[in-house]
Design a protein around this ligand. Structure first.
Ligand code: ADP
Length: 261
């Protein structure tokens, strides 16, 4: 699934300034992009708009999946191709992990009555892949932040998406869960998934994501390979030189790495 954004603008109802103010971006099928930039710069808005989760009033420009405008996809059809993993979901109902994950099958059932054995098999495979099968019967309200994030990814995988969009999937997680999630994303990428993820943890993203897009004040200001795009100059121009940040190389991996001077 290829994403094309041309001059994308989005204004929330009643907001004076647009959240997206002329976004241009191309993501080829199978690419793996990290999107980063200051708080309030429009990252979540861009992800949610691309996943078809925002109302279309307020949207102008062209946003296409495989050449077809986002406004022409219906919600269920989009959910069969694209799954969105929120970064900060606070579960309100005590579903079991397994039942919650089965909700990801909604996109594939026209009349959702009871999950079929094939639905259950797909959910089971997603739980195995994300390593959460042992907690299948736990209530989602009783999980650690790391476990919950894996459950959200597993639910997304049951949609059998071609594109996975993740909003700060590793924020607040310990090092073990961070590594586990990025390893999992690497596997999904190797299997052909298109991945778009928002992260502020550039040192972590730099180790895994081949590409980076910087968003600032509602526009993509730079994008390209991680090595060419995560540079001292870009960081200084986006966050201000007073942050005294410098980018050098990770001596172990050779990937770009941020340092405080
Ligand atoms: P980021 O993810 O980069 O922090 P967001 O996309 O969340 O940025 O927000 C971009 C802008 O849109 C901000 O000014 C924010 O206040 C505004 N915004 C985000 N969500 C809403 C909303 N539901 N209603 C009104 N304004 C919003």
């Amino acid at each position: 699934m290829k994403l094309t954004a041309e001059n994308v603008r989005y204004r929330y109802r009643d907001d004076q300034t647009p959240a997206l103010d002329g976004v241009d971006l191309e993501v080829e099928s199978g690419e793996y992009f990290c999107i980063s930039g200051p708080n309030g710069s429009g990252k979540t808005t861009l992800l949610r708009l691309a996943a078809g989760l925002l109302p279309m009033e307020g949207f102008t420009g062209e946003l296409k999946w495989n050449g077809r405008g986002i406004e022409k996809w219906n919600r269920l059809e989009l959910a069969r191709h694209i799954a969105f993993v929120p970064g900060n979901l606070a579960p309100r109902f005590a579903f079991t992990v397994e039942d919650f994950i089965l909700q990801g099958r909604f996109a594939h059932s026209s009349l959702y009555v009871r999950p079929s054995s094939s639905d259950r098999g797909i959910a089971r495979a997603a739980m195995e892949k994300t390593g959460i099968a042992p907690i299948a019967m736990r209530a989602i309200t009783e999980l650690s932040a790391g476990q919950l994030q894996l459950v959200l990814i597993a639910r997304a995988l049951t949609q059998e998406p071609k594109v996975l969009i993740l909003d700060e999937a590793t924020a607040h997680l310990d090092l073990g869960f961070q590594a586990g999630i990025f390893d999992l994303l690497e596997t999904l990428h190797a299997e052909g998934a298109t991945l778009l993820l928002v992260s502020h943890d550039l040192n972590l993203a730099a180790e895994f994501c081949p590409q980076l897009a910087w968003i600032d004040k509602g526009r993509i200001v730079r994008h390209g390979s991680m090595t060419e795009t995560l540079t001292t100059e870009t960081v200084a121009s986006i966050y201000g030189a007073r942050n005294r940040l410098a980018v050098d190389k990770n001596p172990f991996s050779g990937k770009p790495k941020l340092f405080w001077r």
